[in-house]
Structure formats: structure tokens, C-alpha cells
Design a protein around this ligand. Structure first.
Ligand code: DQA
Length: 144
């Protein structure tokens, strides 16, 4: 059976393409999903690609990743990265490899973006590579 990687995107990422393109690039989330579907096929994986603006929904989807036997999770929790102890606890609870993904590099931006609760439990991070970072992260997930 083909392994599935959950790709979970948090708040405001539905606006990619028009949202601060000088920071996040011009690709839409649909463009990123299409690119990642191609990469997944290349790697012999399936992806389940989702976006929500709601913190609790991300928690529920992390639980679902474990319940359905996902191989790994790519998580761009967007602003919840920097605030959410609930996401940190969920990542610890599910005991699946979670890779933190960001289009920009939060470490080079405002100080409030320098803390990452997701990063406290993630097994790896890919940041500052724009949309291609998702493909890099998926290749890492394939190696688990
Ligand atoms: C982001 C970085 C976060 O700091 C920000 O809140 C986002 C997007 C990124 O992909 O670069 O919404 O996660």
C-alpha cells in the first residue's frame, strides 16, 4: 500500500499568491499542491493536502494523521507556529515525524516569529525556500 503524507497548512495560507508576495512569493496554495502532487508521484507517495484558518482543526488533523496511519506530516502552521502550545502537545502526542515548513525564514523576520512551538517537537524544519521548500520537505519525509 502506498504511504500517505499529510500536508497541513494554517491561517492565511489560503491567500497565497496575493498575500505579501514580496515575502511569500506569487505561487498560490493550489499551485503548491499541484507541484507537490507531481513530487509525491515521483517519490512513490500519496499526499493529503489541506488548509484551515482554525487552530483546533489543525489539532484534529494531526490526530487524524496518526489514526489513519500516515507516514509523516508536513506542517506549515503559519502564525500558530509562534503561539500554539496546543500544536506542540499534539505533535508530541501523535508520535509521527512532523516536518516544520515555512515559505519565508521566520528567524530573519520580526522577533515574535523567532519562537517556534512547532519546532520544539518537529523532527526537521525547512524554511526560507519558498514553495520549493514543500518539495524538499516531502523528500525528507520519503526517507523516514
Ligand atoms: C509562515 C511564516 C509565519 O511567521 C507567518 O505567520 C505565516 C507564514 C511562512 O510560511 O513563511 O503565516 O509560516
Amino acid at each position: 500500500m502506498i504511504d500517505t503524507v499529510f500536508v497541513l497548512n494554517g491561517p492565511n495560507l489560503n491567500l497565497l499568491g496575493t498575500r505579501e508576495p514580496e515575502i511569500y512569493g506569487s505561487a498560490t496554495l493550489a499551485d503548491i499542491e499541484a507541484m507537490l502532487q507531481d513530487k509525491a508521484r515521483e517519490l512513490g507517495l500519496a499526499i493529503d493536502f489541506r488548509q484551515t484558518n482554525h487552530e483546533g482543526v489543525l489539532v484534529d488533523w494531526l490526530h487524524e494523521a496518526r489514526a489513519t496511519g500516515a507516514k509523516a506530516v508536513l506542517l506549515n502552521a503559519a502564525a500558530y507556529t509562534h503561539t500554539s502550545i496546543a500544536l506542540l502537545d499534539a505533535i508530541k502526542a501523535i508520535e509521527l515525524p512532523v516536518i516544520e515548513v515555512h515559505l519565508s525564514d521566520p528567524a530573519t523576520r520580526e522577533p515574535f516569529r523567532h519562537i517556534s512551538y512547532v519546532g520544539m517537537a518537529a523532527v526537521a524544519e525547512v524554511k526560507g525556500l519558498g514553495a520549493n521548500g514543500y518539495a524538499v520537505a516531502l523528500a525528507k519525509a520519503a526517507a523516514f
